[in-house]
Write a protein that binds this ligand. Structure first.
Ligand code: NAD
Length: 516
């Protein structure tokens, strides 16, 4: 099926010695010349693709071509640019299963969720098509006679996209579809764990471009490479915005580089998401939301539920139901029907989970369910783990960290103000939720003194955001917003224009400045 999608997209990708091209620029492709980079499918840890590292010269050449293509692309009217995205959207619909297949193969998420990710790709395309006719600026009242003030939004130039393994297509689509309708060209460095997803998306876009003979070919590129290659992109003044999705560690590194050259940055970093279950909550609904948020994508979503604050009056009931539900989670090959949890991404990830489990017991926590590696009825080689439930007290240091694995900490609370304060007491600020039937509790949680996160939900879990809203978080999560609402403004530059049609030259603030 993997080779199928590439055939459908008109390319026999495998070149010399089973090595894939590392660099895709418009309809050209080139092999890297450096060391080998091998991706393994988390399903069984078998080799899924091999690339070679590209050189700095190759990267700079791509960036130069993107800058040149941008001169033409930015002059194509935005609604026409939107037409390209409409065709991309149709192709993604047509190839939904093939695209989802590659996502499952490379990221290990279950096929159902992989299809959901492609749907997110489609949704953001549709959003971008509408947006292409709505890149509105303001008109502003001028204080001066016969003057007009207005705001215009212009394309930025070339956007560098760096993405994480866990949403290998959707995150690109959030960035790329909006960046393109805004008149920018794009360079994408995907996670080295999910390179084929990136290649497939780029080829899909190229296929759509075939229908637009007057459009420049070099508006999109993919560079498969290591962090070092990511840094070459980040350092280059040829990129007018770096939009990076990944860990806080990566964000800090990139922020230092981009800030040093006074460049623009959009960061979507790690989360440490919490949910509060109050005594009035509908416990059945809460349970379903907890299960999807904590166990979905094997706990490897940036919005995965990590901390659960349960009121003391309902704690035992919630824990009993959760243990029962966790026991019935089917773990195994993510391509198989009825499997709810696939593998975690790598051995390294598993090691980090084991370290976290040790710290939990050292810090007074208790593992009440799970934590073991699963080896029966799962494909050999992959790292399959039991989803894990932990009871722990607020104040344990482990609660400050995002462990990218299915570990859920349960913490008891007595009054809502304390629970909100605990929700806010971590460095990250991505997603949060409350389950309550009490309007006062819901309002408090969503108010200025409520959750300090970028996503604040009522009677909905922490994961599974819609593309229409601005997606992102505060504090160490980086403060960036992607996808819906007015996130498009990050991909454009604002010009304030003042137009004088008075025949005189009055200065603002009434200043007199005449030669007498
Ligand atoms: P990661 O930080 O290891 O890698 C993310 C990307 O950054 C990869 O492409 C990697 O090659 C690149 N990278 C790393 N260091 C770099 C550097 N110095 N210069 C340039 N590029 C560099 O993250 P991961 O393990 O792939 O993904 C998991 C993390 O991503 C989690 O922390 C998760 O919460 C976060 N994430 C956040 C969001 C969000 O929207 N907030 C979405 C998805 C994932």
């Amino acid at each position: 099926m993997t080779q199928n999608i590439f055939k459908v997209l008109g390319l026999n990708l495998l070149e010399k010695d089973g090595v894939y091209p590392s660099l895709f620029m418009g309809d050209e492709k080139s092999l890297g010349e450096g060391r080998k980079l091998t991706a393994h499918s988390p399903i069984d840890m078998k080799k899924s693709s091999v690339f070679r590292e590209v050189s700095t010269i190759q990267v700079n050449d791509v960036l130069k071509k993107l800058n040149i293509a941008n001169e033409k692309w930015r002059m194509i009217p935005a609604p026409k640019r939107g037409e390209l995205i409409r065709v991309v959207s149709n192709l993604a619909r047509e190839h939904k299963n093939e695209l989802a297949h590659i996502i499952t193969l490379e990221s290990g998420k279950i096929f159902e969720e992989a299809k959901g990710e492609v749907q997110e790709f489609i949704d953001v395309c549709d959003f971008a098509v509408g947006l292409s006719r709505q890149l509105y600026g303001l008109t502003i009242a001028s204080e001066r006679y016969k003057h007009k003030m207005l705001e215009q939004w212009h394309p930025l130039g070339t956007i560098g996209i760096i993405s994480a393994f866990n949403f290998p297509m959707a995150v690109w689509a959030w960035n790329a579809m909006i960046a393109l309708v805004c008149g920018n060209t794009i360079v994408w460095k995907p996670s080295i764990q999910t390179p084929l997803c990136a290649v497939a998306c780029h080829l899909l876009l190229q296929k759509a471009l075939e229908q637009f003979k007057d459009f420049p070919k070099n508006i999109s590129s993919v560079i498969v490479g290591s962090r070092a290659i990511g840094e070459v992109i980040v350092k280059s003044k040829r990129t007018q915005l770096i939009s990076a999705t990944g860990s806080v560690t990566m964000g800090r590194k990139i922020a230092a580089i981009v800030s040093a050259r006074l460049g623009k940055l959009l960061l979507e970093l790690g989360g440490n998401n919490a949910m509060i279950v109050t005594p009035s909550a509908n416990l059945d609904l809460s349970l379903r939301a907890i299960l999807f948020s904590a166990v979905g994508t094997a706990g490897q979503r940036c919005t995965s539920l990590r901390r659960l604050f349960v009121h003391k009056d309902v704690k035992d009931k919630v824990i009993n139901s959760l243990v029962k539900a966790y026991k019935s989670v089917r773990i195994g090959d993510p391509f198989e029907k009825d499997i709810l949890m696939g593998p975690i991404i790598s051995e390294d990830s598993h090691k980090k989970m084991l370290i976290a489990l040790k710290q939990i017991t050292k810090q007074g926590g208790k593992i009440i369910y799970g934590g073991e590696r699963v080896v029966k009825n799962v494909p050999e080689g992959g790292f399959y783990v039991e989803p894990t439930l932990v009871t722990i007290k607020h104040g344990a240091l482990i609660l400050q960290h995002e462990t990218f694995a299915p570990i859920l900490y349960i913490i008891e609370y007595e009054n809502l103000e304390d629970a909100i304060s605990m929700n806010n007491s971590v460095p990250q600020g991505l997603s949060s939720a409350i389950f309550t039937q009490d309007v006062n509790e819901a309002e408090l949680f969503t108010s200025a003194v409520g959750s300090d996160c970028g996503i604040v939900n009522v009677n909905i879990g922490t994961s599974g955001a819609e593309i229409g809203g601005a997606f992102g978080g505060e504090k160490d999560t980086g403060g960036g917003r992607e996808s819906g609402s007015d996130s498009w403004k990050s991909y454009m530059r604002r010009a304030t224009n003042t137009i004088n049609f008075s025949g005189e030259i009055p200065l603002s603030q009434g200043i007199e400045f005449e030669i007498k």
